[in-house]
Design a protein around this ligand. Structure first.
Ligand SMILES: Nc1ncnc2c1ncn2[C@@H]1O[C@H](COP(=O)(O)OP(=O)(O)OP(=O)(O)O)[C@@H](O)[C@H]1O
Length: 681
């Protein structure tokens, strides 16, 4: 439903040009607590913040480092980490709601982008993933072009973004691209966490100007900004100034100077206002006070107030908070919050989610992932090269093993099989960092509501398919012909398929690990540990029947893709062959006999069943990966409920003041002074 924007001045409305769906956002009594299970104290990060944001206005959240800017934005966007408890209300267009999963466009501090794509490709894929499928190709392209122009990215549109080994666009351009990705679908509410940090003044000014334009076009824009220059400060419409999670000032940015002067801390006229505000609100350092005094003495000694001369840094902050709470600015804020909450019972269109059909999303993701893989020198091209070089080395070492029938040729076949199964499979762990990158991009896009878990899992498998086929076929072809280990096609096809299945299973398990671990270093460790256990249970190092029964034999040897690969591979390499005996004169050694007695492989089923088991395990791991993604998403509200109950119980037992609960995170609540009550879930 389309809603006409209201006019009005000051905090009241839009000066924008576009008329469409708008966002009136109100937050009331927002409190965030970091509970402690140990001896440390429970910490409040946000102290009952209230405020509002309106269409057509650009609000900056400022404050010293650690004052709670990111926490406030995360609370508004429904993205708080799970170890904290949130209370209070977030009301969008008169309706209390959680804004997570597609409800809001949120530009995070970190730019989550695929470094192998160009700026234009990144935006085009994002547009295809999110814009309605019914939109024509020309329309999609024109939206992409407009967004590129709006964000001033024309000059680098065809440049690669860049990654660890590839110098790409600058950090300012990356930030602009991250913003461009969010404004592509014309969101009515845009949140940004420090979009200007780490940028030079000119880039910061450009980005702020762009955000100001975005607000002017009718959007509601809230952004945390660390220390803006005077020019950037002049662009702000509204300002929320925080100190240690408390509101020092909320209102029109241009009135902030007046408030500070009225409170007894006037800003010298030649000073950057944001520097002055940050010095006054930084309670951590007493040197702040002396800095302020020095600055006053230098510029405007007549304005040196008694408050500044006599108060410590902590007292300056406390005075400001007290003065703000009793000021006309706070009264105006409270009445405007009431007004917006009561009068804007508006329908909100969830702009953040995708309007593209699933099959279009699937095709787009497969294409994007394939392009990413094929261009990624680090993890894919080098991997192909490594597979070919290793296959050539194996072929050289085991050259012509198939042409002789000596006992040593039998042992050479066994070793060759072990090498193919172990090292060629393990090599696919090299792709792990890129799996982590993909999962990271997916998690980011998922929280924006771009596409579903199943679409991602399927697209990831489909896009890696040609690559996996390529490396298995090329490796086996080289080894097969150099070693002359067979002459019929079905034997060759079998070896290709079993290596493909085994590598696919490793990749599936790596994706599973990537979804469970917080970073890639831990992922490599867990991944290597997992593959190590799979190899141990394969039966290559010790016969399966002789392995310790609990764990390695049951159940690991059954879910180990290596164990099934081992059986299938050796059946294929040895069955139907005869070798010279170890002691001359003894009967010929049959491959089947060696398989049964020396390798402990049962011949009760054919090698094709072993292959089927490897492929089934590879698919099962993918399904498990999907289940983990779904569980993480859907199980977390339940876990959070239990978590909150436990924490509230703990805090109640400790008899510490200040927690009562109405709802939990997202619907948790803590409130003021009277002690605790159970969460209403
Ligand atoms: N999930 C969490 N667990 C523990 N502490 C947290 C958590 N989230 C925030 N905090 C704490 O809350 C305080 C405010 O953090 P926040 O990141 O919101 O500050 P900030 O104003 O954005 O800082 P900066 O400008 O340096 O990014 C910090 O002391 C931080 O350690």
């Amino acid at each position: 439903m389309e809603i006409e924007m209201e006019g009005g001045d000051g905090g009241g409305g839009s000066g924008g040009r576009d008329v469409g769906v708008v966002a009136y956002l109100v937050w009331e009594d927002l409190t965030v607590v970091v509970p402690s299970f140990g001896s440390g104290a429970t910490r409040r990060v946000l102290h009952g913040l209230s405020g509002y944001a309106e269409p057509g206005r650009f609000m900056a959240v400022m404050g010293p480092s650690g004052s709670g800017k990111s926490t406030l934005l995360d609370s508004l966007a429904g993205r708080l980490s799970r170890n904290v408890i949130l209370s209070g209300n977030v009301v969008l267009n008169g309706k209390r709601r959680s804004l997570d999963h597609g409800g809001v466009a949120y530009v995070t501090q970190e730019d989550v982008l695929l470094g192998t794509l160009t700026v234009k490709e990144t935006l085009t894929y994002a547009a295809q993933l999110r814009l309605p499928t019914t939109m024509t190709k020309q329309k999609v392209n024109s939206i992409v072009e407009e967004t590129i122009t709006e964000m001033g990215l024309e000059h680098c549109a065809d440049q690669l973004i860049g990654n660890w080994h590839l110098r790409g666009i600058s950090s300012g351009e990356k930030k602009r691209l991250s913003i461009a990705l969010e404004i592509l679908t014309q969101p009515h509410l845009l949140l940004l966490d420090e979009p200007t940090s780490g940028l030079d003044n000119a880039s910061a000014f450009f980005i702020t100007q762009t955000l100001k334009n975005a607000a002017f076009n009718g959007r509601t824009v809230i952004s945390s900004i660390h220390q803006p220059s005077s020019e950037v400060f002049a662009l702000l419409d509204d300002l929320l100034l925080l100190s240690n999670g408390e509101t020092v000032y909320f209102g029109e940015a241009k009135m902030a100077l007046q408030f500070f002067a009225e409170a007894g801390f006037p800003c010298p006229s030649r000073r950057n206002p944001s520097d002055h505000f940050l010095h006054c609100t930084n309670s951590s350092f007493d040197t702040v006070r002396s800095t302020l005094i020095r600055s006053h003495r230098m510029h405007e000694p007549e304005q040196l107030s008694d408050s500044l001369m006599n108060l410590g840094a902590e007292e300056i902050k406390a005075t400001l908070i007290e003065k703000y709470n009793c000021s006309k600015y706070a009264t105006k804020t409270r009445s405007r919050i009431r007004e917006i909450s009561n009068t804007h019972e508006l329908v909100t269109e969830r702009k953040g989610g995708s309007k593209a059909r699933r099959w279009v999303q699937l095709l787009t993701l497969v294409r994007r992932s394939f392009v990413n893989m094929s261009r990624d020198w680090g993890y894919y091209r080098i991997r192909v090269l490594a597979y070919i070089l290793l296959a050539l080395s194996v072929g050289t070492v085991f050259y012509d093993i198939g042409t002789t029938t000596s006992f040593t040729a039998l042992l050479a076949r066994v070793n060759c099989g072990g090498y193919v199964m172990g090292f060629l499979t393990l090599l696919s762990i090299g792709g792990f960092p890129s799996f982590i990158e993909e999962v990271k991009v997916f998690s980011h896009e998922r929280t924006q509501g771009h596409y579903g878990n199943a679409v991602f899992v399927l697209s990831n498998f489909l896009s890696s398919f040609p690559f996996l086929v390529g490396i298995s076929v090329s490796s086996i072809t080289i080894i097969f012909y150099m070693g002359e280990i067979g002459s019929d096609f079905s034997h060759y096809a079998y070896l290709c398929l079993v290596l493909f299945g085994c590598i696919a299973a490793v990749e599936s398990s790596m994706m599973l690990v990537a979804s469970l671990v917080p970073n890639y270093k831990m992922g490599i460790l867990v991944g290597c540990g997992f593959i190590g256990v799979m190899m141990l249970a394969s039966g290559y190092y010790r016969k399966q029947d002789d392995m310790p029964k609990p764990f390695l034999r049951y159940p690991i040897s059954y879910i180990s893709f290596m164990a099934w690969t081992f059986k299938g591979l050796y059946k294929s390499l040895l069955m139907g062959l005869e070798f010279d005996p170890l002691i001359p004169g003894d009967p010929k050694l049959k491959g089947e006999f060696f398989l049964r007695t020396m390798l402990g492989i049962s011949l009760s089923h054919s090698k094709w069943w072993d292959l089927a088991a490897v492929l089934a395990i590879a698919i099962s791991y993918r399904l498990l990966f999907l289940a983990v993604l779904k569980l993480k998403e859907q199980g977390s509200p339940l876990l959070l409920t239990l978590y909150t109950k436990k924490i509230l119980q703990l805090l109640r037992n400790r008899q510490k003041p200040c927690l009562s609960s109405e709802r939990h995170h997202p619907p948790y609540s803590l409130s003021s002074q009277e002690g605790f009550s159970s969460p209403i879930v």
